[in-house]
Design a protein around this ligand. Structure first.
Ligand code: TRP
Length: 474
């Protein structure tokens, strides 16, 4: 499967930490699929509200989950591929809640009553309708909104989520039919063949934080060592030189994923013949885990120490997500009849919150004077480690001195001397070391940044080569 769009979400319930079961069961597959497809990954924080209703805990869970997911992605992917992933928090994209509100109206009550999350809670935990909140009950509608907003072709999920994808398909069809427009794409669930249910260290139940049978990824080494040492091995084996069982032995189950094939095979043989102690294979498992997760553990510490970087990643992801979600919502509003002749909202696709106050008029543009200039001389400003002083010719309009503070990005005077660029020439002159800046050179951000933001990346200068020197832009 190549070049399709897919979406995945992780709910920050539990405590937001990820263990090797999460990695093998979900994150590894996500990374694999991201190599060849367009990937959207969401931290489903609104979903967590169904169970977590304590401010501090939710904040912490979300932070931990964001760091853990990003560290795994960065640790196991090359930077170019990583940058293509659209990573965002659900609550940063208000369109999720908006679409849910609309989908409510094409959802039969009976459909929700048959949904597992609600039914299981009702039956297993003998909770009554009085105790179950509506957030849990209509959770499948929010999840359908999560998915349908992005029109993904497929959704990689575990078996437990299959029903939710079916509900999303059902609601998509109902909406399309009711409003007579094929807006929503029906997403295919993609459930891995060899269902990677990773058993816990007790060897009995699925690995899960609440059961205390996990091996963590980002905990201190001592903690992980302890978890490895507690792994269920072979209870029928009393002494090291008794022959042991490899099947059902959790150390070997994990080693199949994390150990070196040949070493693992040798250890299996030795274990069966009673030539190796439990503690030795556990030590090997611990070393193999540390080796595997070293890059991700390092990234975790780096990210934790650099909140600005984390925010930049989220800002970029949110921008991309809102762009896609906003487009779908324009279609949805149009289809249901919310986009009537007095509607205001849907025309502002990218940033509806900005009240459209970033618009200027033709008269405003006329005030701005941008001209083609040729740099006749460029030199470093001695007292500064940032500034380069440009002497710029505007032909008949004469020469000006213009300063640019870009040495920090690796630019030298040679990058400018003799070349043509665009300059703002009616800027109020500004006093600089050794002179006055009489204008501003125009530059472009080297990477796309969230709408309305600029300046965080290396500037690229806009070449005006071949254009008449002194000519004005209009
Ligand atoms: N409900 C999913 C889970 O518990 C998480 C989730 C929320 C999700 N929204 C999603 C998964 C959208 C895939 C697509 O695992």
């Amino acid at each position: 499967m190549t070049n399709k769009r897919f979406l995945s979400g992780i709910t920050p319930s539990g405590d937001g930490t990820l263990h090797i079961g999460n990695y093998l069961g979900a994150v590894a597959q996500f990374i694999e699929l991201s190599q060849k497809n367009e990937a959207f990954l969401m931290v489903a924080d609104l979903h967590a509200l169904t169970t977590i209703q304590e401010k501090k805990q939710l904040e912490k869970n979300v932070e931990t989950l964001i760091l853990s997911e990003l560290a795994l992605l960065k640790g196991f992917m090359d930077e170019e591929k990583f940058k293509k992933i659209v990573f965002f928090r659900q609550s940063d994209v208000p369109e999720h809640a908006e679409l849910q509100t609309i989908l409510n109206n094409v959802t039969p009550l009976g459909l929700l009553k048959r949904a597992h999350a609600y039914k299981d809670k009702l039956q297993n935990q003998d909770a009554s309708d009085e105790e179950i909140n509506l957030g849990l009950f209509n959770y499948p509608i929010l999840m359908a909104a999560d998915i349908l907003l992005y029109k993904p072709q497929f959704i990689p999920v575990g078996k437990d989520q299959k029903q939710h994808i079916e509900i999303a398909r059902d609601l998509a069809e109902r909406f399309n039919k009711t409003f007579g427009k094929n807006i929503f794409v029906l997403p295919e669930p993609q459930i891995p063949e060899e269902t990677a249910v990773i058993m816990g260290t007790d060897g009995k139940r699925k690995m899960s934080k609440s059961l205390g049978n996990i091996i963590a990824i980002f905990e201190p080494e001592e903690v992980i060592k302890k978890q490895v040492m507690s792994c269920y091995t072979d209870p029928t084996r009393a002494h090291t030189n008794d022959p042991g069982h490899v099947e059902g032995n959790m150390v070997f189950s994990y080693l199949d994923f994390f150990g070196e094939r040949q070493t693992v095979d040798e250890y299996k043989e030795a274990y069966r013949q009673g030539r190796v102690a439990d503690v030795e294979i556990k030590d090997y498992l611990f070393a193999a885990l540390m080796k595997t997760f070293r890059p991700a553990r390092d990234r975790y510490e780096e990210l934790k120490a650099n909140p600005k970087l984390v925010k930049e990643i989220l800002e970029h992801g949110t921008y991309k997500a809102r762009e896609a979600a906003g487009k779908t919502m324009v279609e949805v509003r149009e289809a249901v009849g919310l986009n009537n002749s007095y509607a205001i909202g849907s025309s502002l696709i990218v940033d509806r919150s900005s009240k459209n106050n970033n618009c200027i008029t033709i008269e405003d543009i006329a005030k701005l004077e941008v001209r083609v200039g040729k740099v006749v001389k460029a030199e470093n400003v001695e007292k500064s480690d940032k500034l380069i002083l440009l002497t710029v010719s505007f032909g008949e309009a004469g020469q000006r001195t213009i300063y640019t503070g870009v040495r920090g990005y690796g630019y030298t005077p040679e990058d400018f001397a003799g070349k043509q660029f665009f300059f703002v020439v009616n800027l109020k002159p500004r006093k600089m070391p050794g002179g006055e800046s009489q204008g501003m050179i125009l530059a472009v951000d080297s990477e796309p940044l969230p709408f309305g933001k600029h300046g965080a990346t290396k500037p690229l200068f806009v070449s005006a080569e071949g254009l008449p020197v002194g000519a004005r832009i209009r």
